[in-house]
Design a protein around this ligand. Structure first.
Ligand SMILES: CSCCC(=O)C(=O)COP(=O)(O)O
Ligand SMILES: [Mg+2]
Length: 257
């Protein structure tokens, strides 16, 4: 087993979800199909509710920003549009965004609200790789803080950690960040996260499967390790040479343990 030493200055471990704590297959084969199968009915049932209207407004704003993109689906303004046509436009927009695996705050907010009912009713349980929960417990016993930074909304993150095959493990997480703080491929986001936690960027170790995210974090002076899991996208030879790679959280060595 290759061991990656965690620098002594690290006091915070920041975790990505998809491809890092959780198999991409769970997201692609369980979470996303649920949205595609249920989005139309969800919009029809919840349309009049404030939360749903806020989600639609955010999606419409995103659609306006996306208007220049190939195949983008516009969402008409409420007045003067037939309700069923409007709902269909939102459905088409969601399908289009998902077909490109967009990580927009608007899409992620709606998805989080939709997953709520399924998780709360016990119809869906989040999966974590077997090494994740034991490692997080060890890190916390060693005095580390553990935070999440995912494109999935904070609300969705809490659903996953609160309703997992390992039970409710939400208490193991000190805090959550999503794209409201900034996108994961922008280094400024990592500076803002450090500010929000109240530490320096070099006190953070970020674990992710995506090298553009690792590169943005590193530019902000955050320590990074790239997580290689079954089903993740492959890495180039240069990326394999450049980054510290781990295939399990148990490969991280904390000097204090
Ligand atoms: C609460 S995460 C649900 C999965 C998801 O929607 C997503 O976009 C995960 O992205 P990540 O940044 O964790 O790779
Ligand atoms: Mg990821």
């Amino acid at each position: 087993m290759v061991v990656v030493s965690v620098p002594a200055e690290v006091t915070v471990i920041l975790l990505d979800i998809e491809g890092t704590t959780t198999p991409i297959a769970f997201v692609k084969d369980v979470l996303f199909p649920y949205i595609k199968e249920n989005v139309k009915e969800y919009l029809q049932t919840h349309w009049e509710e404030e939360e749903c209207q806020q989600d639609v407004s955010l999606l419409r704003k995103q659609a306006e920003e996306d208007a220049h993109l190939d195949g983008a689906v516009p969402i008409p303004v409420a007045s003067g549009s037939d309700l069923q046509q409007m709902i269909q436009a939102v459905v088409d927009n969601v399908y289009w965004q998902m077909s490109h695996d967009r990580k927009t705050t608007a899409l992620k907010q709606l998805q989080g609200h939709m997953w709520k009912a399924a998780f709360m009713a016990g119809r869906m349980k989040a999966e974590f790789f077997a090494d994740v929960v034991p490692a997080v417990r060890r890190w916390r016993e060693a005095g580390m803080k553990v935070y999440i930074y995912s494109s999935g909304s904070v609300e969705a993150q809490k659903l996953l950690f609160g309703h997992s095959t390992e039970g409710d493990i939400l208490e193991l997480i000190d805090g959550h960040f999503d794209t409201k703080i900034g996108h994961k491929v922008e280094s400024e986001s990592y500076r803002k996260i450090a500010d929000s936690i109240g530490c320096s960027t070099n006190n953070i170790l970020f674990l992710t499967d995506v090298t553009v995210e690792a590169s943005a974090a590193e530019e902000a002076d955050v320590h990074v390790a790239v997580v290689v899991r079954p089903g993740n996208a492959g890495l180039t030879d240069d990326e394999k040479t450049y980054y510290n790679l781990i295939t399990s959280f148990s490969e991280l060595y904390l000097p204090s343990t």
